[in-house]
Design a protein around this ligand. Structure first.
Ligand SMILES: *Cc1c(COP(=O)(O)O)cnc(C)c1O
Length: 367
């Protein structure tokens, strides 16, 4: 059986370091905020080449807290990809603002910058591009539009820790960024975790307060905040994993290269990566007009695949009473019918990758 993602193998390699991290946190006696968290924040800010990192409870909260700190709320609009994980949308909805979907580029998965201007209204406050599947969004074009209209840009980096756009790390390309360290992400904790990065000291200060009940000095609450702090224990685990992130991403690139070369004649649409971006292959997603049959064929060969995502946000029940529900976003809808994510675990045996390639090619011939 070839699992879609073998998280256990990824984490078990670092078992001894995790135990040492647990010991360190236990003997520190500090279980909320404190040194261990600060050390991770510093190391991760350095890794992303940004001034500030604030550890928070999860990726959704990271995005939400930034929008909240920008005072985005009822009556405002935020531009968001029509093709993304629903959490990107939920972060906007949680503030009371309206997510305004923009379709992906024709031959790719990322928000199409050429369609953004048409979606801007006097109520638009921000753009929320997603570095989907590990591939950086077209940030140059997006920042140019944002500057022209005085909009803020919040990167959703849940799927692209370590990726680069024109040589610059994701997380430092917009005005702020929200990270998720959900266990299955490229940099994953051993539970829920997230972070905000930014070069804006005022924003960093406000988010530090918002994640901690809106308080800077204990029992003095300047505003109505949240409880969304990154646990020192998860921070300690993340410090262990951060050391392996570049090597893991490199190994993801090798696997993606084998898929790219091997699947050339497999009658699939392969990911189309811009020459200026260095993706980190959170997922390897192909398109097939016979997606259902292909997935079934692979399953019979004991190859596990997943769909990211089968229902676009605007068609979710959760959004049934929003304005977007009645609209059609044909590119997002088409993608949801055709995409399939192939198995990808850092350091998975290349023979397994070859096996997946062979099975896809066999399916192509049989049809
Ligand atoms: C995982 C993910 C999130 C949410 O992160 P959580 O830590 O699970 O809350 C947001 N956006 C995208 C694109 C994601 O993949």
């Amino acid at each position: 059986m070839i699992p879609f993602l073998d998280l256990k193998s990824v984490n078990m390699c670092m078992k001894d370091d995790f135990h040492a991290a647990l010991d360190r946190v236990l003997s520190s006696g500090q279980l909320i905020l404190g040194q261990e968290l600060e050390a991770f924040e510093e190391e991760f800010a350095h890794y992303c080449n940004v001034q500030h990192c604030i550890g928070v409870g999860n990726g959704l909260e990271a995005l939400h807290l930034v929008l909240r700190a920008w005072d985005i709320g009822e009556g405002d609009e935020v531009i968001v990809p029509s093709h993304t994980y629903i959490a990107t949308w939920l972060a906007i909805s949680e503030t009371g603002a309206i997510p305004v979907p923009v379709e992906p580029e024709k031959n790719g998965f990322l928000i199409n910058p050429a369609l953004i201007e048409a979606a801007i209204t006097p109520r638009t406050k921000a753009i929320l591009p997603v570095h989907l599947y590990g591939e950086p969004a077209h940030m140059g074009e997006i920042m140019a539009i944002a500057n022209k209209y005085g909009l803020r840009v919040l990167e959703d980096v849940a799927q692209a820790q370590g990726a680069r756009y024109r040589g610059k790390r994701t997380g430092g390309l917009g005005h702020a960024a929200g990270f998720s360290f959900y266990p299955a992400k490229n940099l994953g904790a051993l539970g829920d975790a997230g972070a905000v990065t930014t070069n804006d000291p005022k924003l960093a200060k406000r988010i530090r307060a918002l994640r901690n009940y809106g308080s800077r000095v204990k029992y003095y609450n300047e505003e109505k905040g949240y409880n969304s702090r990154l646990d020192p224990l998860q921070a300690a685990f993340l410090r262990v994993k951060l050391k392996h992130l570049d090597a893991d991403n490199e190994s993801r690139r090798k696997i993606a290269a084998v898929y790219m070369a091997g699947l050339h004649d497999a009658n699939l649409v392969l990911p189309n990566v811009s020459e200026w971006s260095e993706p980190v292959w959170h997922l390897f997603v192909v398109r097939s007009q016979r997606r259902g049959d292909l997935q079934k064929f692979l399953k019979e060969k004991s190859i596990e695949t997943l769909i990211h995502y089968p229902i676009p946000p605007h068609q979710q029940q959760a959004y049934r009473s929003d304005a977007c529900a009645g609209k059609s976003y044909p590119l997002a809808e088409e993608l949801s019918q055709e995409i399939l994510s192939l198995p990808l675990t850092p350091h998975m045996p290349l023979e397994q990758v070859d096996e997946v390639v062979a099975a896809c090619c066999m399916f192509a011939k049989s049809s």
